[in-house]
Design a protein around this ligand. Structure first.
Ligand SMILES: Cc1cc2nc3c(=O)[nH]c(=O)nc-3n(C[C@H](O)[C@H](O)[C@H](O)COP(=O)(O)OP(=O)(O)OC[C@H]3O[C@@H](n4cnc5c(N)ncnc54)[C@H](O)[C@@H]3O)c2cc1C
Length: 404
């Protein structure tokens, strides 16, 4: 099939890639669509990986039922990786992941890049047995298998993934220590005041949360880890280590393509306009890898599920020219920890003023404001109270009005 021409080629068979293909068909795009995915699994959803999959409750994470792609005439090619693209002659080069010598070239009218992220490794841990990162279902199954026999774990980094893994491993009966250089978990995203409430939640569930410190060295016994040494010299024994210190946009296949990448200060990733168009004609990007510039000119890369869904809708409408109204909604994401849903609605920032309006020692609700204007709401176990603030986050609203 070398040299075949396809109307729309989508690189990445994750949430963004699958959703944009589905939206194109929903918008009556009738041309050929090919999705190329480097993983061998059928497309699956990632949020359950750190939650129900790690807990062993549920392995049904497929994004679509079997038969969906054939019925929608979408050519899904898994186990194949795009290794290069050439926007000048509208071609992509594809390699089989298990045999890179087997390669193929396809040409396109429209190319959509939805290649997501790869976890940032902890230096010095490459190849060590017992050190895990979590991005794929294979990662989750490997971590779960090791958790079956492990009794102690160190989680390096208290971002959302680190916090969720700490909660799931604790529920599985492991003794968990979290190590975080910032003063609290989630400090960079939500600020220290709410970070303290998250610390309280973890400690109440038996997790040892060590903040203001970092892992200086991973301790080994042959090829297997046996613990970590912190910057103050303290040693913590561990049967397994989960590294959750952030992720890196997957853009290696763009080397030499001329497609513009965003500056690291604005989050890196593929630079796009407010509808996902990249610097190359006919090439769009969306999801975790994409850095969209809003109509005000601010560039931002977001690593959340709902955001990816919205971008897939916009890109599909842009390609089909069906500028249907997209219902406005404030940015939203959630995290599940110890049976509590932590929700973030709007665009709260670490430096904002925080107004804690409800706190029963476990569940809490806080509003955020900047220069007197309501910017966001964060709740734990407060689903109704969070979601009822949507309208007030869509137009500039004084925080005094929200506080009533
Ligand atoms: C463990 C975990 C838990 C999460 N929990 C939450 C949550 O609770 N709430 C929330 O809002 N968000 C959560 N997220 C984030 C959410 O899952 C992502 O925002 C979403 O998956 C982004 O979709 P995407 O399509 O951009 O990227 P991905 O889902 O990562 O898909 C990208 C795909 O592209 C493939 N790919 C990469 N390079 C190539 C190439 N060159 N050729 C072919 N294929 C390639 C990759 O293998 C991958 O399968 C979580 C993420 C993880 C990892």
């Amino acid at each position: 099939m070398s040299g075949s021409h396809v109307g729309v080629i989508i690189v990445g068979a994750g949430l963004g890639g699958v959703r944009v293909a589905e939206n194109l068909r929903a918008n009556d795009y009738a041309g050929p669509i090919t999705i190329i995915g480097a993983e061998t699994h059928p497309p699956y959803d990632r949020p359950p990986l750190s939650k129900s999959v790690l807990l062993g409750d549920d392995d049904r994470v497929d994004l679509k039922p079997a038969g969906f792609f054939a019925e929608a005439s979408i050519d899904l090619r898994t186990g194949e990786r795009v290794s290069a693209i050439s926007p000048g002659d509208h071609t992509v080069t594809i390699e089989h992941t298990d045999d890179p010598a087997q390669s193929d070239t396809l040409s396109y009218d429209t190319l959509i890049l939805a290649t997501g992220l790869m976890p940032r490794p902890l230096p010095g841990t490459d190849g060590l047995v017992g050190v895990h990162m979590l991005r794929t279902i294979d990662d989750a199954i490997a971590l779960r298998a090791e958790a079956e026999t492990a009794s102690t774990a160190v989680v390096v980094g208290a971002g959302f993934i680190g916090c969720e893994v700490a909660a799931s491993l604790t529920k599985r009966g492991l003794s968990v220590t979290v190590v975080e250089p910032a003063p609290t978990p989630l400090a960079a995203a939500l600020g220290e005041q709410i970070g303290e409430l998250v610390t309280r939640l973890h400690r109440a569930n038996g997790v040892d949360v060590l903040t203001g410190t970092y892992v200086d060295e991973v301790l080994t016994d042959g090829p297997r880890i046996r613990g970590v040494r912190l910057d103050d010299g303290a040693e913590i024994a561990a049967d397994l280590v989960l590294v959750g210190i952030g992720s890196i946009p997957v853009t290696d296949y763009l080397d030499g393509s001329g497609i513009e990448l965003a500056a690291p200060e604005s989050g890196g990733g593929i630079a796009c306009d407010h509808r996902g168009a990249t610097s190359a004609a006919g090439v769009f990007a969306l999801g975790d890898v994409a850095n969209w510039r809003d109509e005000g000119g601010a560039a931002r890369r977001v690593e959340h599920w709902t955001h990816t869904i919205e971008q897939a809708t916009i890109v599909a409408h842009t390609i089909t020219g069906t500028h249907a109204t997209i219902s406005a909604s404030p940015p939203y994401f959630w995290s599940d920890q110890y049976g509590l849903k932590i929700q973030v609605l709007g665009s709260p920032r670490a430096g904002d003023d925080v107004h804690l309006v409800d706190d029963d020692g476990t569940r809490f609700l806080a509003y955020y404001s900047r220069d007197g204007v309501f910017t966001g709401v964060v709740g734990a176990g407060k689903v109704g109270a969070v979601m009822k603030r949507r309208a007030q986050l869509l137009t500039p609203t004084q925080i005094a009005e929200v506080l009533g």
